[in-house]
Design a protein around this ligand. Structure first.
Ligand code: HEC
Ligand code: HEC
Length: 339
């Protein structure tokens, strides 16, 4: 009761200084208590400025699947970020409005709260700065934030959610970005078999998964490290090149040659659900990624030393590949994907 009383006092203070002409009903909009999985990397500091709340998250979730965010009302965020695919999709390169093909493969949206950089090249450091990118990108939604607001501002359900989340009905650009980010922060995946084995919740690895894990620690974990299975560094590992002249990997952000065609090491959580693989979907299957490592990657001046010092390859026997794939599939979180 105390809490509710306190809230009403604060809410009516704000209600008296905004121009909202609706009634004075105020809503309790509690912060969500997110379960931070043990041993995950540090939370991105920007999260503390935009903590997910009950209604902020609800608003973000609704926006995430609203096709009116695109110029011709055909594409929502969830057209390319599909829950059953861990919020990635199955196109090699993303397909936006009118069938326009984008530069890169859509990454999964998971555990973003723990990431320091967003996008394949780390072009965004704050998740709240990300939603505008697809909204205005020609090959994605090709709209503008004012056009979006024009379409949704009179929608009664948005007005109500905005009021519940932010205190008044006005739909502003910042509220759109903040609520979408809040929704994304809640997408935490940490209930795979791997997690359950680690937490000793009665499950154990099969022989093949255990052997795969051992190989993984030896040959992969220097980059796919931490509980996110990425060290969040940018590296050129000699994958087949995207010949689109707009692509330069991390070099696109920093402009330096040493970052040319370097990409953020991807998390391998839910990797079973996110084929095809690579920054523009070069590989249809996990097996083809492993065959490529084994056969040898492309030479480059800035090829990662782990490859350069080992004859540009990661040698793997067929059995090791099979076991590695079995291990990677233990990172699948069916609760997360709703499968
Ligand atoms: C046409 C398909 C498409 C649509 C629509 C789309 N995205 Fe994406 N999304 C992508 C692609 C492709 C990337 C990778 C971009 C890059 O690396 O430059 C991406 C990257 C992201 C990332 C970064 C993830 C990470 O791991 O760093 C986030 C977050 C995201 N999108 C959220 C959204 C939101 C929110 C919307 C709706 C406002 C949206 N996307 C709409 C295809 C799409
Ligand atoms: C030197 C660091 C490094 C090592 C070692 C490494 N990887 Fe990667 N891995 C990366 C980077 C960087 C990418 C993204 C490259 C790109 O798209 O150009 C990647 C991509 C992948 C992908 C595709 C992921 C996706 O979402 O598209 C898989 C699968 C993968 N690695 C598995 C492995 C396995 C298994 C091993 C061990 C046999 C391994 N990697 C070793 C850095 C590394």
């Amino acid at each position: 009761m105390k809490k509710i009383f306190g809230f009403i006092v604060i809410a009516s203070f704000f209600a008296s200084c905004n121009s909202d002409d609706s009634d004075m009903i105020s809503y309790d909009n509690p912060e969500l208590s997110l379960q931070i999985p043990a041993d995950f990397p540090e939370v991105n500091p920007y999260v503390s400025l935009n903590k997910p709340t009950k209604y902020g998250t609800e608003l973000g979730k609704k926006l995430f699947s609203d096709k009116r965010l695109s110029a011709d009302n055909t594409i929502s965020c969830s057209s390319c970020h599909i829950q059953a695919s861990a919020f990635a999709d199955h196109n090699p390169r993303a397909i936006g409005i009118e069938g326009r093909i984008g530069l890169r493969n859509a990454p999964p949206i998971q555990n973003l709260m723990f990431l320091k950089f967003f996008n394949w090249d780390g072009s965004r450091l704050q998740l709240e700065n990300q939603p505008l990118v697809p909204i205005i990108t020609h090959e994605e939604m090709d709209s503008s934030i004012l056009e979006v607001i024009g379409k949704i501002k009179d929608d009664a359900s948005y007005k109500e959610l905005c009021k519940k989340a932010f205190g008044d009905q006005e739909i502003t650009p910042d509220r759109i970005y903040q609520s979408i980010a809040q929704f994304e922060y809640t997408l935490i995946s940490a209930n795979s078999k791997y997690d359950k084995v680690k937490r000793t919740e009665g499950q154990s690895f099969t022989e093949s998964e255990a052997a795969g894990y051992a190989t993984f620690q030896q040959k992969c974990a220097s980059c796919h490290s931490t509980e996110l299975f990425t060290d969040q560094s940018f590296r050129n590992i000699g994958f087949p090149l995207n010949t689109d002249s707009n692509e330069a990997g991390r070099g696109r952000v920093t402009g330096i040659a040493a970052d040319f065609m370097s990409f953020r090491v991807p998390s391998l959580r839910n990797i079973e659900y996110t084929a095809p693989y690579g920054s523009f979907g070069q590989f249809a299957t996990l097996k083809s990624v492993l065959d490529y490592f084994d056969n040898g990657v492309l030479e480059a001046d800035n090829l990662d030393p782990i490859f350069k010092n080992n004859g540009n390859r990661i040698p793997l026997t067929e059995l090791e590949k099979e076991n590695l794939i079995a291990f990677m599939k233990t990172l699948s979180d069916k609760e997360f994907t709703g499968k």
